[in-house]
Write a protein that binds this ligand. Structure first.
Ligand code: HEC
Length: 128
């Protein structure tokens, strides 16, 4: 009896830890926070978009971080059109460039300009 009583607390703790880990895993799963459409609307669409501001060299550190978050979410999406290999290549180039920009790596802005080519991606992956 004594042994069982003693065990109760540790068992509760263990379950608590397992539950925390499971919840943590769920939020780290491949489920993107934003759809490709949302990423485009929040970061790419229009003349005053975040991507324009940043590629014109007017971005702040906060802009870089926000852009990095958006393109990371874009990369977690599956393309509704075009093949996965091409999507992976394009979105990971975007993610890498945005990350480098956040970290202040030289040349990051140029790689971002190349990776954010609207037409190059849309012609393959944007459903008409
Ligand atoms: C790496 C790929 C990629 C790049 C780069 C990209 N887009 Fe997109 N864009 C997409 C995809 C995919 C869609 C279709 C989303 C959907 O409807 O599912 C889209 C859709 C859009 C839409 C329509 C969103 C809506 O409301 O339905 C706009 C506007 C847009 N992009 C603007 C831009 C602009 C401007 C640029 C360049 C500065 C750009 N995109 C660069 C992938 C990209």
């Amino acid at each position: 009896m004594k042994v069982i009583k003693r065990l109760r607390v540790p068992v509760g703790v263990v379950f608590g830890v397992i539950a925390t880990v499971l919840v943590g895993c769920a939020s780290f799963s491949s489920q993107p926070k934003y759809t490709a459409e949302q990423v485009m609307e929040q970061g790419f669409k229009g003349d005053d978009s975040l991507i324009k501001k940043v590629t014109q060299g007017k971005g702040t550190q906060d802009d870089f971080k926000r852009l990095s978050e958006l393109v990371n979410e874009l990369a977690k999406n599956k393309p509704t059109k075009g093949d996965m290999a091409s999507w992976k290549e394009k979105t990971s180039a975007l993610s890498a460039a945005a990350k480098n920009l956040v970290q202040g790596t030289p040349g990051a802005l140029d790689s971002l300009k190349a990776a954010s080519n609207c037409k190059a991606c849309h012609s393959v992956h944007k459903p008409s």
